[in-house]
Design a protein around this ligand. Structure first.
Ligand code: SF4
Length: 337
C-alpha cells in the first residue's frame, strides 16, 4: 500500500539512462541541468526538518534511471539518505528507474539503503510503441520487473504514457489493462508532450509524428481512468507538472495543459451523462443529479460540458442538481417533453 508521504525530490536528470527515449528531455521537463551529488541530497534533506510533524518523509530520486547509475554513485547518493534514516530524520526513499534495470541483487541493495517505493517507467505495454519510442525494453521486461519488486515487498508505482509514436486510443487502453493486471499500488499517467530538443520534436517537425493533442489525451484518459478506479488503483499524477520553462515555450505541442487532470475527470462525467441521455428526444427539458462534490466536474470548466450536452442532444434545457448520496452517483431525475 502507498501511504501518504511528504516527498523531498532530488533530480538526477538522465543519470543511468541507457537509451534516448524519443520524448524525453529531463533537463527541460524538470527544469534542472546539474546532476545530483551527495551535497545536493544533503541540501534537500535539510528541508525535511521543516516538514509537518507526523508526516512520513520520503526522499525521492526522480528524472533518471536510478538503478542503472554506476553502483558507487548510487551508493553515494543512497548512503546520505540511509544516514538520515538512521538519525530518524527521514523515513524512506523512493526512486524512479527503468524496468530492465531491476533484478534481485539490485532490489537487495535498494532494501539495504531504505528504499521503500519503486517507480517503474512502463510507458506502454505495446512492444511496437516501445520500439518506436526508443525505450530499449519490452512489455515483458515491465512484467518481470514488476513481479520482482512486488515479491520483494516494495511499493510499486507504474508510469504510463498515452499518445506515444505508434500508439492509438485502443493500444493505450490495452496498455492500461495490462498495467492493471500487474496490480501496482499506484500509477502516474503522462500523455505525450512534444518537448523542444527531443527526437520527438524532430519527428513532429518533419511531419512523422502526429501530436497527441489535449483533446486526444482527454478522450483517451477519460476511457482509462475508470478502469484504474474500478480496479482500486490510485492515479497519483495525470499530466506533466507545469513549469515556467515548459509553459514558456519548451512544450511545443501535444498534451500540455496545467489542469489536464481536471479536464479528464470532467470528461469522465460528461461520458456518464451521455449514457443517461441516450434515447432522450430533442427539445426535452432534462434534470440530472450528481453527488454534490462532483457537481463542478460535471458542469465543466466555463460550463463546457453543459453547453456540449445541450447541443449534442438538442435539449431545450439541461439542469444539474446536487445530490447528497456520498457515493459518486449520477442520476437522471426528470425528462419533460
Ligand atoms: S524517459 Fe526515463 S529512461 Fe528515458 S531518457 Fe527519460 S529519464 Fe531516461
Amino acid at each position: 500500500m502507498i501511504a501518504r508521504a511528504c516527498i523531498i525530490p532530488v533530480f538526477v536528470p538522465h543519470l543511468g539512462c541507457r537509451h534516448n527515449c524519443v520524448f524525453c528531455n529531463q533537463r527541460h521537463i524538470a527544469g534542472q541541468t546539474k546532476p545530483a551529488d551527495a551535497d545536493t541530497v544533503r541540501a534537500a534533506l535539510s528541508q525535511a526538518a521543516s516538514l509537518p510533524k507526523g508526516a512520513k518523509r520520503q526522499l525521492a530520486f526522480y528524472g533518471g534511471s536510478f538503478t542503472a547509475i554506476p553502483i558507487a554513485q548510487q551508493e553515494t547518493l543512497l548512503g546520505v539518505a540511509r544516514e538520515a534514516i538512521d538519525r530518524g530524520e527521514l523515513d524512506s526513499v523512493r526512486l524512479s528507474t527503468r524496468p530492465d534495470a531491476i533484478d534481485e541483487p539490485v532490489l537487495e541493495r535498494l532494501r539495504k539503503f531504505g528504499v521503500e517505493t519503486i517507480e517503474l517507467g512502463a510507458q506502454s505495454m505495446d512492444d511496437e510503441v516501445l520500439r518506436l519510442s526508443g525505450r530499449g525494453h519490452t512489455a515483458q521486461d515491465v512484467e518481470h520487473a514488476s513481479r520482482l519488486a512486488e515479491q520483494a515487498g516494495f511499493s510499486l508505482v507504474l508510469q504510463m504514457m498515452t499518445g506515444l509514436p505508434g500508439a492509438d486510443m485502443d493500444s493505450d487502453i490495452r496498455s492500461a489493462k495490462r498495467i492493471i493486471a500487474l496490480r501496482p499500488d499506484a500509477v502516474r499517467i503522462y500523455p505525450t508532450v512534444v518537448v523542444r530538443d527531443t527526437e520527438l520534436y524532430e519527428l513532429y517537425q518533419r511531419g512523422q509524428y502526429r501530436e497527441h493533442t489535449v483533446e486526444d489525451a482527454v478522450e483517451t484518459c477519460a476511457a482509462i481512468l475508470p478502469l484504474f478506479e474500478a480496479a482500486g488503483i490510485p492515479i497519483i499524477r495525470l499530466g506533466l507538472n507545469p513549469t515556467e520553462e515548459l509553459s514558456g515555450g519548451l512544450a511545443v505541442a501535444g498534451a500540455y495543459h496545467p489542469a489536464l487532470g481536471e479536464l479528464v475527470k470532467s470528461r469522465v462525467w460528461r461520458n456518464r451523462a451521455e449514457e443517461l441521455l441516450h434515447g432522450v428526444s430533442a427539445g426535452s427539458r432534462v434534470t440530472l443529479g450528481i453527488d454534490r462534490p462532483l457537481l463542478s466536474q460535471l458542469i465543466g470548466q466555463h460550463r463546457a460540458n453543459l453547453s456540449w450536452l445541450k447541443t449534442r442532444y438538442g435539449l431545450a434545457e439541461l439542469k444539474i442538481l446536487p445530490l447528497d448520496t456520498k457515493n459518486r452517483e449520477i442520476r437522471l431525475i426528470s425528462v419533460e417533453k
